[in-house]
Design a protein around this ligand. Structure first.
Ligand SMILES: NC(=O)c1ccc[n+]([C@@H]2O[C@H](COP(=O)([O-])OP(=O)(O)OC[C@H]3O[C@@H](n4cnc5c(N)ncnc54)[C@H](OP(=O)(O)O)[C@@H]3O)[C@@H](O)[C@H]2O)c1
Length: 270
């Protein structure tokens, strides 16, 4: 990447992206200015990554070609609105704040500043994020491509219209929580069957990783992969009958629909 990158609000996600970009050599530490609320956090970031870090958001934005907004959604608009004059139309502004629309950001920083919104998820911390990017009113193809390029260093990325972002939030945004809940329940099942907790955890975690890799790497449909483990009259089909009786499939449909509705409700209140 050419020019200067400002990361405004360098917490978990800002730092994960910073690490990914530095490791890939896409950017050098001398090209980055990070901001945080506390001086101690700035010192921590400078020590860990040899980048410049400051509590002065305005100075960071003014110096930047690309502004990456990684603040919490609750504070994003109130932090950037007073700094509106520091943004320029020749910059690309990329926001990862969950639930904050490009329209809301554009209202806070008027002028034709290109804004790209990204919905990512917690596996960004291990470079396995699923990110979705969408364009604001003034974002050009080059702005979207830049955001895609940056997020590609910390996982997979696709492009969708913003109308799909509440659905994306409910699926891949909240998705890790559903898998963690499933893992927790399966580990408990191992304990019920008399296995020590560590053994049960190892069995389930590696089974999840292996299954996820099979899904991703073979490109096969989940039904096909499930059928490979489901022999006639066997153990797996006995378990699946119980899951179907408990309406687990319907519960997932209802749960993810509820998450989307909640996202829409929160966006209306913002
Ligand atoms: N974590 C994820 O995996 C994930 C996934 C999807 C989307 N997101 C989105 O990513 C954004 C960041 O989430 P996060 O988990 O990284 O949050 P976080 O760890 O709490 O980081 C927020 C950072 O913002 C800084 N900050 C707060 N007020 C500031 C201000 N006025 N000026 C400059 N910096 C300020 C904080 O500084 P201090 O450390 O000094 O307090 C902190 O470093 C959120 O909008 C969230 O919706 C996160």
């Amino acid at each position: 990447m050419k020019g200067t990158l400002a990361i405004i609000g360098t917490g978990r996600i800002g730092e994960a992206l910073l690490r990914g970009l530095l490791q890939a050599g896409t950017i050098g530490p001398e090209q980055v200015i990070c901001t945080a609320r506390r001086e101690e956090r700035c010192v921590e970031l400078e020590r860990a990554h040899a980048v410049k870090a400051t509590t002065d958001n305005r100075a960071a934005i003014e110096a930047a070609d690309v502004v990456f907004l990684a603040l919490k959604p609750q504070v994003l608009l109130e932090v950037i609105a007073p700094l509106a004059g520091a943004f320029r139309p020749d910059q690309t502004v990329i926001s990862v704040a969950a639930g904050t629309t490009t329209a809301a950001i554009q209202d806070a920083i008027p002028g034709e500043v290109p804004v790209v919104r990204v919905m990512t998820n917690t596996p960004v911390q291990v470079d396995e994020a699923m990110s979705v990017v969408c364009a604001g009113t003034h974002a050009a193809e080059s702005d979207l491509a830049l955001a895609e390029d940056m997020m590609a260093h910390v996982g997979q990325v696709i492009r969708l219209p913003e109308t799909h972002l509440d659905a994306v939030t409910a699926l891949s945004g909240s998705g890790p929580a559903y898998f963690f809940l499933l893992a927790e329940a399966m580990i408990d099942a191992g304990i019920l069957l008399g296995l020590p907790r560590e053994v049960s955890s190892q069995l389930i975690v590696q089974t999840m990783v292996g299954s996820a890799k099979m899904l991703r790497d073979t490109g096969s449909h989940p039904v096909e992969l499930r059928e490979m483990v489901t022999s006639p009259g066997g153990t797996t089909i006995s378990a699946i009958r119980e899951l179907e009786r408990a309406k687990v499939r319907a519960a997932f449909l209802d749960a993810i629909e509820a998450a989307k509705h909640r996202g829409e409700e929160l966006a209306r209140r913002a």
